[in-house]
Design a protein around this ligand. Sequence first.
Ligand code: UD1
Length: 322
Amino acid sequence: MSVLVTGGAGYIGSHIVRMLQQSSDVIVVDNFSTGRRERITDVPIYDIDLAADSSVREVRLVLRRHDVRAVIHMAALKQVGESVEQPVRYYRENTQTLAHVLEAMEAESVPLLVFSSSAAVYGSPAADLVSEEDETKPVNPYGSSKLMGEWLVRDVAKATSIRAVSLRYFNVAGAGSAELADTVPANLITLAIDALARGSAPKIFGDDYDTPDGSGVRDYVHVEDLASAHIAAIDYLSKTHESYSAVNVGTGTGASVKEVLAELVEVSGSTIEPKVTERRAGDPAAVVADATRIKERFEWTPTHSVRDMVESAWSAQLHAEG
Ligand code: UD1
């Protein structure tokens, strides 16, 4: 089976590509705005700007040439802060690219789609364990654009023979190998590694939350477990008659900022202690996935611990700095 991965040269996309290569023919589309060509080996790569109308014709050719049966649509912008400053860009990029991909899939009768969504669609959830049935109420343009994407996918699946799953990623971290690492420090683990590498203290954004140790709690999922969830999603779509569903990708267990940073300080051998600062505006106390659906439907079980994520991210960073 051939699988097209859009955004396949990105941090998460390249992990998926590498895992898929073991069992399928893989094709990558990327515009290399943030993706890196060196992450991809032995795979046909097409440099296509999916936001342009002309991309529909180009993607159709790729789908036809490689007899593609499934698409994993990852290509998107993903910086929350940037999305607040540039909403038009985020709505346009994240919904238009998806519409073009769907149009091409429909025209070429490609039956299966995995759409890369986010726990950001929930916003600041009321319950600590968030299930797919809970209210979606994004609090920034990034999350809203992902929710719009989900609706678009759902409605196309209803109207056509396309079967689709939206995967709502929780906090993705770690690296499968140094060259695939996340190179943009924008989340807790990458920011903390960046701080330690520069000899400064990682920051704990508030320790007065209503959580066991007062710091924020999140559901961290290793990027290789996330990659295997995509492969399980394609297997599921190949068998199911269900036209559309949304599925959380999280472990079901939370870790606090203090716990994550304690692991990191230990792994790095650093003597620098993390520093408590003000809360960051808009951060909920705890966001942890109810992972019942993914475990039942996909028979997916995460295999990596927070320690694995911190260790792999740290050694990838050391490698990157030579
Ligand atoms: C992350 C994603 C977001 C996604 C959401 C889904 C990133 C940058 N953001 O948001 O796109 O929608 O998961 O659940 O990956 N923290 C510190 N110090 C730091 C950085 C963060 O204490 O230097 C804390 C935060 O307050 C939070 C936790 O660490 O409690 C995780 O923060 P972060 O990695 O930025 O991710 P989220 O905000 O959860």
